[in-house]
Design a protein around this ligand. Structure first.
Ligand code: SF4
Ligand code: SF4
Length: 172
């Protein structure tokens, strides 16, 4: 789900489909931020094992709704939502080529936003975030990728394109 203060605006009134399906995976940074910004509750679920935990946001009761989805179909932690939600419906797989260069495979999933803005527009917006993260907190983006593998987040996604991203040392 995306709305006003995000990187772009989702005004498709699709019924918040992305918040009523596969639960978003959580990086350790996501967990830290959500813990700081919420007042407890049963929002976190380990779908892995005790030794190898895989954390996702839990469902609300017996519904398919994300724990943080409000009655009005809005995200109650919008400014602090997981990276998985910020990037949706765009996904990426990174491979480090050398110190300052990454090969990136871009994937997508259908949602009404892809029709409204187009996948290229969305991909460019996400890419800006990814480049900043690779400069400032590469660990978080690598962890996002790990979470996507572990939760099956990459399954049945459509390949968009592959490209190299070069991180300029002078910008870091
Ligand atoms: S249009 Fe896409 S991103 Fe927006 S709420 Fe619907 S499924 Fe989520
Ligand atoms: S955290 Fe927010 S944006 Fe992400 S699935 Fe839940 S309600 Fe939707």
């Amino acid at each position: 789900m995306r709305k006003e203060s995000g990187i772009e605006i989702c005004r498709t009134n699709c019924g918040s489909k992305c918040c009523r399906s596969t639960p978003p995976g959580l990086t350790s940074e996501d967990i830290k931020i959500i813990k700081e910004k919420t007042v407890g509750g049963d929002w976190i679920l380990n779908i892995g094992t005790y030794k190898k935990p895989i954390f996702v946001v839990s469902k609300k009761g017996d519904t398919k709704d994300c724990y943080f989805l409000t009655e009005k179909g809005l995200c109650s932690i919008y400014n602090h939502r997981p990276l998985d939600c910020k990037f949706f419906p765009i996904f990426l797989k990174l491979k480090k080529k050398n110190e300052n260069e990454y090969s990136v495979r871009w994937l997508t999933w259908y949602c009404p936003l892809t029709e409204q803005l187009g996948t290229e527009e969305l991909r460019q917006q996400i890419k800006e975030i990814v480049v900043q993260m690779l400069k400032n907190s590469p660990q978080t983006i690598h962890e996002y990728q790990q979470v996507m593998y572990e939760t099956g987040g990459y399954k049945r996604k459509h390949f968009l394109l592959e490209e190299d991203i070069i991180i300029s040392k002078s910008d870091t």
